[in-house]
Design a protein around this ligand. Structure first.
Ligand SMILES: C[S@@+](CC[C@H](N)C(=O)[O-])C[C@H]1O[C@@H](n2cnc3c(N)ncnc32)[C@H](O)[C@@H]1O
Length: 264
């Protein structure tokens, strides 16, 4: 694993880093900016460091020459960790400029000048016109009104090899054997806790109206497979490492990206 590049603090004193970090708050990622913690009071503890410790061993320790796309990068914790592992190209995207400003500042302080952060919706990944060796899609699925579409778009347009995935999960942690087909009159399996289920949240959950869905583990696994991802590893309760696989069924993926010129 590569160390933080030498060369100080992006020219900033500790006091300047503290002041700027405060101005850029509130932070969701508790980053260590040369001794300055950005979210020391995080409700999940030292987050996402604590999370990462539980599954970091499942990722290649050397990403030399590899490209990484971090979707919903927030303040860039995973983007910067992948750069530490030597990735040649790291692009973090998020739709929230507030978090992207934090990510750019963190990269500057830590000396990772070539990590790129761009404002973008997950729905627009097709516009990147580029595939990545590792796509990170951590903690975003359940914030989306159309979660399966996001997975389909990632599979169709940007994933070239590995997908690192995480979702909040609620309900059963069991996974039941699902038959290839059922008759119209069979209904009892839908009441099994281990049947793939997504709980729809019409109002709010955890004081966050962007929490639209809470899938159980079986639903997460089934959705990943259905979108064309083979699950290679499940190193932590909420985390899956996947590899691109053939999509089991032909299905439409919108927005489509065509090569037709306007008016054609
Ligand atoms: C819970 S945070 C997860 C951050 C980080 N990936 C992690 O695992 O620590 C969700 C992030 O996804 C971003 N996000 C939510 N919906 C998005 C969308 N439609 N397109 C791009 N980013 C989105 C949010 O702005 C936020 O930074």
């Amino acid at each position: 694993m590569k160390d933080v590049p030498d060369g100080g603090t992006g020219g900033l004193s500790r006091e300047e880093i503290e002041t700027r970090a405060r101005e850029l708050g509130p932070w969701f990622h508790n980053l260590d900016l040369r001794g300055v913690p950005t979210a020391p009071e995080h409700f999940l503890g030292d987050y996402p460091n604590i999370k990462f410790r539980g599954f970091s061993h499942a990722l290649p320790s050397d990403l030399s020459g590899k490209s990484v796309l971090d979707i919903g990068c927030n303040a860039g914790f995973y983007s910067l960790e992948m750069k530490r592992r030597g990735a040649a190209r790291v692009l973090g995207i998020d739709h929230d400029e507030h978090y992207l400003a934090q990510a750019r500042f963190a990269a500057e302080v830590l000396g990772f000048d070539d990590v790129e952060f761009r404002q973008m919706e997950v729905w627009d990944v097709g516009a990147l016109g580029e595939r990545f060796d590792l796509v990170i899609f951590m903690g975003v699925l359940y914030h989306l009104r159309h979660p399966l579409l996001a997975l389909d778009l990632i599979r169709e347009h940007v994933a070239d090899d590995l997908l690192l995935f995480q979702s909040m999960q609620r309900g059963s942690g069991e996974v039941m054997e699902v038959q290839a087909n059922y008759t119209f009159w069979q209904t009892e399996m839908f009441d099994q806790p281990a049947w793939p289920k997504m709980h729809f949240i019409e109002h709010e959950y955890a004081n966050d109206w962007t929490n639209w869905w809470a899938p159980n583990r079986a639903a997460v696994e089934a959705m990943l497979r259905s979108s064309g991802f083979e699950i290679l590893d499940h190193p932590e309760e909420e985390v899956f490492l996947c590899r691109v696989a053939p999509t089991p069924r032909q299905h439409a993926v919108y927005p489509a990206r065509g090569n037709r010129s306007p008016g054609a």
